[in-house]
Design a protein around this ligand. Structure first.
Ligand code: HEC
Ligand code: HEC
Length: 431
């Protein structure tokens, strides 16, 4: 039975194989034919291109010859003029004692350049705007970089807070804490902001924004209106913080000695760059700049100072009762950059414009000695309320709704991950 089946199957299989190989042969022949044709076409194209190229080359050679001839001609005519005694290096002719270039600037052009504003208000255009209006304009045009409350997004400049930190190791210099003249704010904003769209703000918008920046610094109330009329009366917080530079009289004599050139370092090296030091935001994020610099920058590898800091941090983390996941700690540390302008934490942390945050969990709200809290915090303290994780998360998500009237000018953390990370981070500084 099996044999007879074989006899039947084999011829069938053999026949099929034969048919397939025949088909393949035909296909192969076809393929060869096609390839020959396409190669022939290619040869044709290439020879056309070669013809074209040689034509162009001869045309270009022609142009070169013509140009050479022209140069020779000019040279010859110059030589002739020199030979005839003409002075080729003479200045261009003057008309009326001027060079005869350009034209008088028209008054509109001068006005467009003449935008400076002086401390006494000279140079200000007429106009007005209040902090309410300013808040809207600011949210629209400035908050993407400077934050809703001028607290600064990532490492973009902080415009509010930092009061009484100027003598610290890490001073927070803002419009509120540092700038001595209001005119600088008006002039700077009107002249150069929004970054990348300079000089698009109207005078009224600028008055309103400046009023809002003052409000976000707690220097005026929210119904404050700034105008060209009351501008010069406004006194900035740090108006007396600058002194006239009297070094020529007082210090110059000290420097008259020969400079000391002993015990110099044998060589000077760059140990860190600004991007690693984190003064430049790491990525473009929501901001429009720095994409290019963020790409291709090596990730931060601590070289000199940082390892100590890392060790110290790990020690603190290890010392705390709950061991903390290093990755979470690291992301918490990153989130804390948003708080750093106003809060310190860790060994020797002092109050800045916000209270120090050591041992936060289990601590009574509004209880840091020597810090002047707003009324709502004083009330919370009176009620004996205590910080725990839930309270902190709720507060940080929406500071102004959790603590109505708080003076913490911070818009809040939107991401759950950030909230979890900051909680873990702060926890590591004692419970
Ligand atoms: C795209 C991001 C961006 C936007 C939007 C933006 N700024 Fe700025 N702002 C910056 C940068 C960057 C600097 C620092 C510029 C420098 O130091 O040269 C700055 C600096 C400032 C400063 C000076 C801060 C200081 O202490 O030196 C003020 C004030 C300011 N901006 C106000 C505004 C206002 C008001 C708006 C909205 C009309 C605005 N900015 C919109 C990026 C931005
Ligand atoms: C612009 C400055 C500023 C920023 C930014 C800021 N804070 Fe505050 N923070 C304050 C001020 C001011 C207070 C005091 C609030 C009051 O008295 O109303 C405060 C209060 C607090 C308190 C209450 C402390 C206590 O003793 O009861 C906590 C907790 C806190 N901030 C955490 C944070 C964290 C975490 C961040 C960052 C995610 C942050 N803050 C960002 C200014 C700031």
């Amino acid at each position: 039975m099996s044999k007879s089946l074989n006899q039947l199957v084999l011829p069938i299989a053999g026949g099929t194989a034969l048919a397939i190989s025949a088909a393949l042969l035909v296909a192969n022949l076809d393929y060869g034919q096609n390839q020959i044709e396409s190669l022939e076409r290619r040869v044709e194209q290439v020879s056309l291109q070669a013809e074209d190229a040689s034509k162009r080359a001869s045309e270009e050679a022609q142009v070169v010859t013509e140009l050479r001839a022209k140069i020779e001609e000019i040279q010859a005519s110059a030589n002739e003029r020199v030979a005839s005694g003409e002075n080729l290096t003479e200045y261009a002719p003057r008309t009326d004692g001027k060079f005869g270039l350009g034209r008088e600037a028209v008054s509109e052009e001068i006005a467009a350049w003449d935008v400076d504003v002086l401390p006494d208000g000279r140079g200000l255009p007429e106009g007005r705007g209040d902090a309410y209006t300013g808040e809207e304009v600011f949210a629209d045009k400035c908050a993407s970089c400077h934050g809703d409350f001028a607290e600064g997004v990532d490492n973009w400049p902080v415009l509010a807070g930092g009061f009484d930190t100027l003598a610290d190791k890490d001073p927070v210099k803002t419009v509120g804490s540092y700038w001595p003249y209001l005119s600088t704010v008006w002039d700077y904003v009107h002249r150069s902001m929004p970054f990348g769209e300079a000089q698009t703000l109207t005078a009224d918008e600028t008055y309103a924004i400046v009023a809002y920046i003052l409000y976000s610094n707690d220097l005026v109330d929210d119904d404050f209106e700034l105008s060209h009329e009351n501008f010069a009366d406004f006194e900035m917080y740090n108006k007396d913080g600058f002194v006239v530079d009297d070094r020529p009289e007082l210090e110059y004599t000290k420097w008259r000695a020969e400079p000391c050139m002993e015990n110099c370092k044998p060589s000077v090296e760059i140990t860190m760059r600004a991007t690693f030091l984190d003064v430049t935001p790491e990525d473009g994020g929501e901001s429009v700049m720095n994409d290019a610099t963020a790409q291709d920058t090596p990730t931060f590898v601590a070289t000199t100072a940082a390892p100590e800091a890392a060790e110290r941090d790990t020690e603190v983390a290890a010392a705390s009762s709950t061991a903390i996941d290093p990755a979470l700690f690291a992301s918490g540390e990153k989130v804390f950059k948003k708080c750093k302008a106003c809060h310190a934490v860790g060994e020797g942390a002092k109050n800045k414009s916000g209270p120090q945050l050591n041992g936060l969990f289990g601590r009574q709200m509004g209880s840091v000695e020597g810090f002047k809290y707003s009324k709502v915090f004083v009330a919370a303290h009176g009620e004996g309320r205590v910080w725990d994780e839930a309270a902190l998360v709720e507060f940080l998500a929406k500071p102004r709704s959790y603590m109505k009237g708080t003076k913490m000018a911070f818009s809040g953390l939107k991401k759950e991950d950030d909230l979890a990370a900051i909680t873990a981070y702060l926890k590591s500084f004692g419970e």
